[in-house]
Design a protein around this ligand. Sequence first.
Ligand code: FES
Length: 103
Amino acid sequence: MAKVKVAKVSEVPEGELKKVMVGKEPDALFYVGGQIYATTKICTHAQCDLDQNHLMHGEEVECTCHGSQFNVKTGKNTAPPASEPLKTFDVSVEGDEVFVEVQ
Ligand code: FES
């Protein structure tokens, strides 16, 4: 496990998706309800990039390619056609810096 600095808190817009690099992998941060969450950003249905194809509904992110939804806190797929969750990462905040735990 390694802790990777990915952004400053002030760079993560509330209620929106922020693309970040976790090591060499592009992932997504979400600032929802005063907390920051991290997930993979490739839809598990047909691999659309959520960074380019999404709408936010509170703590749900919708993939606008075919309408799948995922809970950004848990990664769980909450609306079809996706049948698999997004991967999530542990996030910690120290001062204004956001860290993500990677394997
Ligand atoms: S690729 Fe996301 S819903 Fe189909």
